[in-house]
Every structure is written in structure tokens, then in C-alpha cells.
Ligand binder design. Structure first.
Ligand code: C5P
Length: 234
């Protein structure tokens, strides 16, 4: 079954830890992205680990291989379980990241095409005609797999294809999760928790639908029910 990860995109470490406290045992896996990590640094990771939580550090490394390898070693020392690098950083960068994580370090997942991107965004950035975002995701996922990454981040819409082509062991992490009735925000390629789970996603990353909810625990409970039954609850 898919594992739920709550994205701690909150404006301060206190707000983040208050949400973690409020959700208690209902959530044991959290994503720390660049906003919170830039604000709060390694102590926020330590604080989560001390509370027995699993950590996905989503800093989307994209730099020269030597620099990324050093960052991966630092993240490994923090005890995080999942870590992102941009697949667009290239094979050498990803290979060095994998070597730096070693067998006991975090699972490394490659960012393919951001879930906020449409085909015309991809065209603008890469200056080439792009008829399908799906093809770009597939191309970058192939690079990630060739470099030995443990999986990729993709929108829920590509999960089924990626699992079919790279095997069940190839991890797929999907942001862009929107329970029925929730605002899209800046996300473009989205699905409900049950759709993503049915497609075979290993990890579902949910941010604003939980962090912006008046009752975050209720949204988490609704998501879990969807994951378990595979049926939309709303
Ligand atoms: O609030 P929302 O549910 O859109 O949060 C999704 C989270 O997943 C954000 O923290 C965002 O940075 C992250 N993410 C994403 N698309 C990717 C990789 C990560 O939206 N391709």
C-alpha cells in the first residue's frame, strides 16, 4: 500500500512541530523542503527524528557531481530516509549521488518534471517542441534508472507507466495529490489519493490540503481511508 508523507511547508519550525504534535501517531513520515530547511536547518531534522518520525529531505540537488555528492553525504549523516536530486542534473551527477549515499544511506529519487509544469513550461525551459509532458518524464526517469537511482518523483499521472517499465522495486513518489474538492494551487498534474494509490505510487506527498486545513487530522484520516479502500471519500 502507498505510504502517506505530509509536506511540512510551514513558515517556521515551531509551526511545523506544532502540526507534527497535532497529527501525533496518525503520520510518521514528513517531507522537509527547501523553505523549512533554509529557515530551520539540520535541527528540524533532528527534532523530527527525536520524535521517531521518518524524514524525506526534498532539497532537489542539481549541481556539479562533486558538490552533490558532498551534500548527499551530509544528508546521510542527518539520518534522512528519502532524498531528491534533479534527474536533469545528468548521469554523472546522479551516479556520484548514489555512490555517496552507499548501501545504508537514504533512498535517492530523481525529480523528473515538476508537477506544476505544463507542456508549454517544459518547452520554454528546454527550448524544444514538447507535445507531451509524459514523454519528458519517461525520458528523465530512464536516465535516473540508468544512473542507479532508487526511483523518481513524478505526478500521479505517470505512475502506472513508470512501474510497468522500471519494475515494482523502482520507487515512485507522487506529489500533486489533491483529495476531491481541494484547491489545485500551483499544481497542474494532479490526482486524488485513491487514484495515485491505485496506480501503484509508493509514497504520496500531501502538502497544502493538510497544512492549510482547519482540521489537518481529519484530512489525513480521509486520505488514509482512501488509500485503504481505494475509494474516494469525498
Ligand atoms: O502543497 P502541495 O500538496 O502541492 O505540496 C507538494 C509538495 O511536493 C511541495 O512541498 C512541493 O515542493 C513538492 N514537490 C512537487 N513536485 C515535485 C517535487 C516535489 O510538488 N515534482
Amino acid at each position: 500500500m502507498s505510504t502517506l508523507i505530509v509536506a511540512l511547508d510551514l513558515p517556521s519550525p515551531d509551526a511545523a512541530l506544532a502540526l507534527v504534535g497535532r497529527l501525533g501517531d496518525d503520520v510518521d513520515f514528513y517531507k522537509i523542503g527547501s523553505p523549512l530547511f533554509t529557515l530551520a536547518g539540520p535541527p528540524i531534522v533532528h527534532a523530527l527524528r527525536k520524535r521517531g518520525k521518518r524524514v524525506f529531505l526534498d532539497l532537489k540537488y542539481h549541481d556539479i557531481p562533486n558538490t552533490v555528492a558532498a551534500a548527499v553525504r551530509a544528508a546521510t549523516d542527518l539520518g534522512v530516509e528519502l532524498l531528491t536530486v534533479h534527474a536533469g542534473g545528468g548521469i554523472a551527477m546522479m551516479q556520484e549521488a548514489v555512490a555517496a549515499a552507499g548501501d545504508d544511506g537514504p533512498r535517492l529519487v530523481g525529480v523528473t518534471v515538476l508537477t506544476s509544469f505544463t507542456a508549454s513550461d517544459v518547452e520554454q525551459v528546454w527550448a524544444k517542441p514538447v507535445t507531451s509532458v509524459h514523454d519528458e518524464v519517461v525520458r528523465l526517469a530512464r536516465l535516473a534508472a540508468a544512473a542507479g537511482l532508487h526511483g523518481v518523483v513524478s505526478s500521479p499521472l505517470e505512475v502506472e507507466y513508470l512501474k510497468r517499465h522500471h519494475g515494482r522495486e523502482f520507487l515512485v513518489v507522487t506529489p500533486g495529490i489533491r483529495p476531491a474538492g481541494h484547491a489545485l494551487g500551483d499544481q497542474n498534474r494532479v490526482a486524488t489519493p485513491s487514484e495515485a494509490a491505485r496506480a501503484g505510487a509508493d509514497y504520496l506527498v500531501v502538502g497544502r490540503p493538510v497544512t492549510a486545513a482547519p482540521d489537518p487530522a481529519a484530512v489525513v484520516a480521509g486520505n488514509r481511508a482512501e488509500l485503504q479502500t481505494g475509494l474516494a471519500t469525498a
